[in-house]
Design a protein around this ligand. Structure first.
Ligand SMILES: [Zn+2]
Ligand SMILES: [Zn+2]
Ligand SMILES: [Zn+2]
Length: 752
């Protein structure tokens, strides 16, 4: 909103909401007001940052402009309110104490990577914080993982037990200092300490040992990424078969030696969120050697790379100077360890060496994963650096708690017009994971003093999150999985009006009880006021031709079952050829005979329209992958096959009927057509189908969501094809297209 000019001396109240606390906003306002010779005050309240500023009206307008232009880099302002007041004749500008009264609607900030100033001090021998692993300032350092309660003040953080020394106190109280009200401010005299030496940890890493490091959002397991035997040991001990590991590089220069990095990717790597960025490795062939052990990420077209983001990481990487695997400190499917005592017990069979410290972590927060998609950052796992920033949805929400899906779970609360999404919690497969899920709900509600009045959950009757919702005693709204996907994407893009929602993933419970995953919806959407039209919001206008999944959920891991089923449908018999038998687990002949029996008699065969399962089938028929050792693996490998091949050729997939496509894949395979070309023709068929449905739906806007759209080739080709025909395309950027985004969709659909 623009401020209209008023005559003479005026007083203006500005209220800012969003991520405005813990980013150095008050000292910035203080410096700006003092420089402009304006009087008044600034304070942090639970309702946001409030400034009252007094002076000639044109100066106040200028102040308001500069406030916006020069505000701290880490701040995110979602709401601005202005009110003109009578001048009070104030003579100076001051920072007032935080007000603790009003409702808690202030954003909690995510953890921020070490800033340039702090990094320089860290390596400056003359600085009193030289090599101090816990240095930070208002521009950087931990936030979300140390805050116990809001407002974000030191007594409400895990720094409350560290009493500021005189030097730190002087910085903390001086509005002109970079550390003014930096809540985790600390130094070697008064702050947290390491328990162990960095040199010893690095020596252990050199020896190929696994080191458990207490980081920002929990323990990390580190190992030399160049050492295949050490990587194999980590995989074995962590029970992680093939899922790619991410690597921390000592510096951007070293990262460049291993990966192709665009300028946009450099900015992501060096951003305050400092996520894992999925990059294109320079050399893919194992024998030519990238220096990174082949078993780090051999089944992915990408290498997940991050740079040091805490002082401790900077010191460690400065000492070891080689790439390290840095992965969550847990066994697969369990929550990440955060407390020292807990880590020593839970990680004792995994780690050879521990490097810990005495700054407590309040909540676990994994490293986030981001990839450039359509030229912008696309978040695939939303945790450190992003959580719990709100998604502003532009219309009021009921007090809803959304409990998410089953895999890659996150939960969310609707507060006013914001949805606050938890950090990535994970798959709810184990008792421990379900405990972490319940804890994350408590934590999020407590932090925002939020009392849900309604719970939104998935339609699936057997999800652990659904069970939790049913036991909550509150009214439950069941939201269909694929509708939640597109609603999430529409919400984060603030889509107005009707749109075509394309919702493709591996598995979700359909309205008819079948396994959906290849759905097109006509969605009425909201108008500019945020109001929805009367009547049914979602109409399923197209879907993949259904096929049977022998064994239901067993087919999620065993992708070859989908192939058997589709071949049975088109050829009347299931036969995957000899290469399947060689690679199949168990007794292939017996298994295939069993599946053949199930298909012929329709026993334990669940109907599905899942595009994810179609990917599995084609990956199997081309010999690319028979199994999913982690969610989406076969599809990822099939995308990987395309490589740099570019072609317009596509299989026929008329109206989503896979019959002609399956026959064509089989014929191509028999004729010896190269797998990359088969993979490209398959992807292009899916793109053509989206364009075909969009052309007949008569809706200008298209929303692409669901785990299948983690596939960059598919997403970018589909978006480009649609845009070239005049459609407006929306894809995910702030929340993941996978089930990590479901909670946002559930929250916004709770008001329908
Ligand atoms: Zn800093
Ligand atoms: Zn100190
Ligand atoms: Zn899904």
């Amino acid at each position: 909103m623009a401020v209209t000019a008023k005559p003479a001396l005026q007083r203006l109240r500005i209220t800012l909401r969003g991520a405005v606390q813990g980013v150095g906003f008050r000292p910035f306002v203080y410096r700006l007001a003092t420089e402009m010779s304006l009087s008044g005050w600034v304070l942090n309240s639970s309702a946001g940052l409030v400034v009252e500023i007094e002076g000639p009206s044109e100066q106040l307008t200028r102040f308001e402009q500069r406030l916006e232009q020069e505000r701290p880099k880490a701040s995110v302002v979602t709401v601005r309110e202005f009110a003109w007041l009578a001048a009070e004749g104030a003579t100076r500008f001051e920072i007032l104490a935080s007000d603790h009264d009003s409702g808690k609607t202030v954003n909690v900030l995510p953890d921020l990577a070490t800033c340039t100033d702090c990094r320089e001090e860290l390596f400056d021998p003359s600085n009193r914080r030289f090599e101090y692993p816990f240095t930070n300032c208002t521009n950087c350092g931990p936030r979300y993982t140390i805050v116990v309660d809001i407002p974000y003040d030191r007594p409400n953080t895990t720094m409350r037990d560290f009493v500021l020394c005189p030097s730190c106190r002087e910085e903390y109280e001086n509005p002109a200092n970079r550390r003014f009200h930096a809540q985790p401010n600390a130094c070697p005299v008064c702050g947290p300490r390491l328990d162990g030496a960095i040199e010893d940890a690095v020596e252990a890493l050199r020896q190929g040992e696994i080191v458990a490091l207490k980081g920002i959002g929990g323990f990390q397991l580190l190992v030399d990424a160049r050492n295949p035997a050490a990587v194999a040991r980590l995989r074995e001990r962590k029970h992680r078969e093939e899922k790619p590991f991410a690597v921390m590089m000592p510096s951007l220069e070293v990262a460049r030696a291993y990966c192709e990095i665009s300028q946009a990717e450099v900015e992501l790597l060096e951003s305050q969120a400092a996520p894992i960025v999925l990059l294109q490795p320079k050399l893919l062939h194992p024998k030519s050697g990238t220096g990174i052990a082949q078993n780090v990420a051999h089944c992915s077209p990408y290498l997940g790379v991050m740079l040091p983001y805490s002082p401790l990481h900077h010191l460690l990487m400065q000492e070891c100077r080689f790439p390290l695997i840095a992965t969550s400190g847990n066994r697969s499917d369990e929550p990440i360890a955060i407390a020292n005592e807990e880590a020593v017990v839970r990680l004792k069979d995994i780690a050879d060496h521990f490097l810990m410290h005495n700054r407590p972590i309040v909540r676990a927060c994994d490293d986030s994963v981001v990839r450039l998609t359509r030229g912008r950052a696309g978040i695939l796992r939303r945790a450190r650096g992003y959580a719990p920033l709100g998604i502003h949805v532009g219309h009021d929400l009921p007090p809803v708690l959304a409990v998410g899906g089953h895999l890659k779970n996150t939960v969310a609360i609707g507060v006013g017009r914001d949805v606050f999404l938890s950090q990535h919690i994970g798959d709810l497969e184990t008792v421990e994971a379900r405990g972490a899920f319940a804890k994350a709900i408590d934590d999020l509600c407590r932090l925002y003093s939020f009392k849900p009045e309604v719970i939104a959950c998935d339609l699936h009757p057997d999800y652990a999150s659904t069970h939790w919702a049913e036991k909550s005693g509150l009214p439950v709204i069941r939201v269909q999985h694929h509708q939640a996907h597109v609603a999430a994407c529409a919400a984060e893009n603030n889509v107005e009006g009707a749109y075509l929602g394309v919702s493709w993933d591996g598995t979700g419970y359909g309205l008819d009880g079948a396994i959906w995953g290849g759905e097109f919806f006509r969605v009425e959407g909201k108008n500019a006021e945020g109001n929805h039209a009367e009547g049914n919001q979602f109409t399923r206008i197209a879907h993949l031709r259904p096929f049977g999944l022998p064994g239901g959920d067993a087919a999620v891991r065993e992708g070859w079952r989908s192939a058997e089923s589709l071949m049975f449908e088109v050829a009347g018999q299931n036969s995957s050829g000899p290469d399947v038998e060689e690679q199949m687990p168990g007794n292939p002949r017996l298994d295939r005979a069993k599946i053949g029996y199930m298909l012929r008699h329709g026993v334990n065969v669940v109907p599905t329209t899942s595009v994810g399962r179609l990917f599995d089938a084609v990956a199997c028929m081309t010999g690319v992958a028979l199994l999913n050792r982690f969610e989406g693996q076969a599809a990822m490998l099939l995308e990987n096959e395309i490589g740099s091949l570019r072609t317009e050729q596509a299989y026929a997939l008329p109206g989503g009927d896979w019959g002609p496509l399956i026959l064509a894949v089989l014929a191509d395979k028999r004729a010896g057509v190269a797998v990359p070309l088969i993979a490209a023709r398959f992807h292009n068929a899916l793109v053509s189908w989206i364009v075909e449905v969009a052309a007949t739906a008569g809706l200008k806007q298209v929303v692409l969501s669901g785990g299948v759209f983690q596939n960059r080739y598919l997403t970018e080709r589909a978006a480009a094809a649609l845009e070239s025909r005049g459609f407006v395309v929306h894809t995910h950027h702030q929340v993941p297209p996978n089930d990590g985004g479901i909670a946002l969709g559930q929250a916004v659909m709770s008001m329908l």
